[in-house]
Write a protein that binds this ligand. Sequence first.
Ligand SMILES: NC(=O)c1ccc[n+]([C@@H]2O[C@H](COP(=O)([O-])OP(=O)(O)OC[C@H]3O[C@@H](n4cnc5c(N)ncnc54)[C@H](O)[C@@H]3O)[C@@H](O)[C@H]2O)c1
Length: 377
Amino acid sequence: MNKKIRFGIIGCGLMGKEFASAAARWCHLTDDVPAPEIVGVCDFNEAAIQWFTNNFDSIKYVTSDYKELLNKEDIDAIYCALPHNLHGQVYSDIIRAGKHFLGEKPFGIDKAANEEILKALEENPGVVVRCASEFPFFPACQELIRWVKEGKFGKIIEVHAGFNHSSDMDLTKPINWKRTIEINGEYGCMGDLGIHTQHVPFRMGWTPKNVYAVLSNICTERPDGKGGMAPCKTWDNATLVCEAEDKNGDVFPMFLETKRMSPGSTDEWFIEVYGLEASGKFNSNDPNAFCYTNAVGKEQAWCRLNVGYKPQFPTITGGIFEFGFTDSILQMWCSFMKEISGEKVEFGCFTPEETRLSHKLLTAALESHKEKKVVTL
Ligand SMILES: NC(=O)c1ccc[n+]([C@@H]2O[C@H](COP(=O)([O-])OP(=O)(O)OC[C@H]3O[C@@H](n4cnc5c(N)ncnc54)[C@H](O)[C@@H]3O)[C@@H](O)[C@H]2O)c1
């Protein structure tokens, strides 16, 4: 029987449920990894809470005040998936309460909120804190990461990473908190989607030195859900062009795009690395494939390797099967549980220091777009 780590969930919406579902199938993992046990839930939406209490007998505490969970001695760790305007205060309070903690991106609605969280962490270095980002855990993306680590691409020519959606192309879709500056933040789509595009590049040591940003607000109003229209001021699409420097001191272009209006994209996450010796791609539209080039004389041929179900942390699923979004969530959680147990992992969740760089980049991107100039980080 795996050791248990008792969790409180703050924010029982879309992502709170994904975590609980991953915890419910911990038996899927074959390593001896401490299992999350959901003992407390916090939300002010009763319908959201009900799904949890219907499905988890382990829940002892139900509250709409997150501080109640932080005061419980028998809660060891917290997952927090709240709207962005609450990150600064709530994340800092969780850390100060001495709970290990996985928080959601963007890890602060803006740079000031992020700094508040990082300051709380500096004052409480004993807790393990990470930011959620699941896509790099796809086995085919892990293969690309291995190629980078082994230097198989050679000198890098350029890197492209992106996270794109298209559901906002439906102009009848009512506005929600993710499309308001007050709750989602000035970053708009970059705050919502940006960390997903930065996880692999930052971890590979590709540091943006500067940025030129083009931001678009394509849909300026949306149905308010009450028969009228509401202003929609958040950025729908963002393209960041950076010069990135790698560990060898080589500088190359890095393109990071986050789009809510990308025709045909449904949760499309990708990374492409072009190098002098080889190139490689992963795209969640073709989740089992790692594509790479093979030199044919002086020319390059693209090959498609069907990687299958061979994740970083082994599971009961056979290697010939397909890997999907919920599997990546399980892998991300396995990584976090190992890290809070003091184990080293080959590829782990986005770190607090990486969130600092993320906010530096996104804040510079806002300035770049406003001033129509390249901003040095
Ligand atoms: N990792 C991912 O792939 C991913 C995907 C979507 C969202 N997210 C992130 O997860 C976080 C939450 O997003 P979501 O899509 O789950 O949102 P959501 O709107 O589905 O859920 C948020 C929940 O928080 C509750 N809530 C709001 N204010 C509260 C308060 N003061 N006290 C208690 N509960 C409160 C709401 O009632 C709601 O149930 C955000 O930071 C978002 O960026 C991550």
